[in-house]
Write a new protein. Structure first.
Length: 411
């Protein structure tokens, strides 16, 4: 037992020492933890390799982690005085990390003139401090349609249902649907949120109090259920992978998805277009996907002697030249204003359509309370889809659960 304990202690010491970063015999090592999907990972590896060639004294170590693993892993490492110098991810991780004082305020590190070169939507502030430097904005859902099946995307919910019914078919007569009008990961709250906004609701008020027990929530629940059970234009069951596969196989006319998926559709040889998620006819309101930048934050444990190299690297990773490489590969909207005015952006119909959807999106809250709302909304919403409770009861339970979970966060 003593031997095992001693091995554990030595291992922990090694992790802490290695994770803090610094200058060694071979130069500077900078670790970046990120959650980029495959296509983005390839670009990140390429631009970092190019940087190391030009800066032979710098060694960049990239580590991919799933979003939740990234957050929990970074939290544990940073609290122990370790972790990567740089963490890359969506803006909603800023609230929890800054509350726990795991990341550094960036307005003290980057000059104001430099920050003015960014679209302000890409800079994530919390409690008056800048904690994330975005390399792209948007990251929002939109309607993606297969041009081989859809010549003109629907503009409102009535048109969506009508077109969906025409597209949904059993093509081989075996009694099973082969092509669906619409698919998306409708079982997850994040993919439900656009319709919540379309019916006039939202997750939190201006004081970060939950706003789930509302008529808008109930109507949005009923709308999704009706698409599946009454209109039968979406599959009986669909998670992200099922929906994505159906669209890639040409077995869905439309899908609701974000820019991270577009490269995959291109690789699957789908000729697709983008449009706004159709207007809700009943309310006259556009669905409101969440938008959020993705970007870089600096670990509070970063040693002062390598901070200049970390800053230099971040300026490179958010330079117009590098951002446009991600734009070319992924179709993302770059954060640098000069990059947004590049012909690569202006002449790309997908990016311009994405920007049009962005006009009616709402910013993703970065407050820690959002996590409590997700955790309370998910089981209630999925119980509605499962037919075990009514939409009205689900809205009530989601509100009660969110209030309880937020209270527990601050105990």
């Amino acid at each position: 037992m003593k031997k095992q304990l001693w091995i554990f202690v030595l291992g922990l010491i090694a992790i802490l020492f290695i994770g803090c970063g610094g200058k060694g015999d071979s130069g500077v090592k900078i670790k970046i933890w990120h959650q980029m999907q495959v296509e983005g990972r390839d670009v990140l590896q390429k631009v970092c390799s190019e940087y190391m060639k030009k800066n032979p004294g710098v060694d960049i170590e990239l580590l991919y982690k799933e979003t939740e693993e990234l957050r929990s892993g970074f939290q544990t490492a940073a609290l122990a005085g370790s972790g990567p110098q740089i963490i890359y991810g969506p803006s909603d991780q800023v609230g929890p990390f800054s509350k726990m004082e795991l990341i550094l305020p960036l307005e003290k590190i980057f000059h104001t003139d430099f920050l003015k070169q960014f679209d302000q939507k890409s800079l994530t502030y919390f409690n008056g401090h800048l904690y994330q430097l975005g390399d792209r904005i948007g990251n929002h859902l939109a309607l993606v349609y297969n041009k081989a099946l859809v010549s003109k995307p629907p503009e409102n919910s009535d048109e969506l249902i009508q077109l969906g019914k025409k597209l949904t078919k059993d093509t081989d007569g075996d009694g099973r649907i082969d092509i669906y009008g619409l698919v998306w990961n409708y079982t997850e709250p994040y993919f439900f949120v656009p319709f919540l906004g379309g019916f006039g609701g939202w997750l939190l008020d201006e004081n970060n109090k939950p706003t789930l027990n509302t008529p808008a929530t109930v109507k949005a629940f009923k709308f999704i259920v009706a698409l599946r059970d009454s209109h039968k234009i979406i599959p009986p069951e669909a998670d992200y992978d099922i929906a994505d596969a159906l669209f890639k196989e040409g077995r869905a006319g439309m899908i609701i998805n974000g820019p991270w998926s577009w490269a995959g559709y291109k690789n699957a040889n789908i000729d697709f277009g983008l449009a706004r998620i159709p207007l809700i006819k009943e309310t006259g309101k556009w669905p409101t996907p969440m938008y959020s930048p993705k970007g870089y934050s600096i670990n509070k444990n970063t040693k002062s002697e390598i901070m200049p190299e970390v800053v230099k690297l971040l300026k490179y990773l958010t330079s117009p030249e590098v951002e446009l490489q991600f734009t070319e590969k992924l179709g993302t909207i770059p954060s640098r204003i000069s990059a947004q005015n590049d012909s690569l952006v202006l002449n790309n119909p997908l990016i311009m359509a994405s920007k049009k959807q962005l006009e009616v999106c709402k910013p993703m809250p970065v407050v820690p309370e959002l996590r409590a709302v997700w955790d309370a909304l998910r089981p209630a919403y999925q119980s509605v889809l499962g037919g075990t409770i009514t939409p009205e009861k689900a809205a009530e339970l989601a509100q009660e659960g969110a209030i309880k979970k937020i209270a527990e966060m601050y105990e």
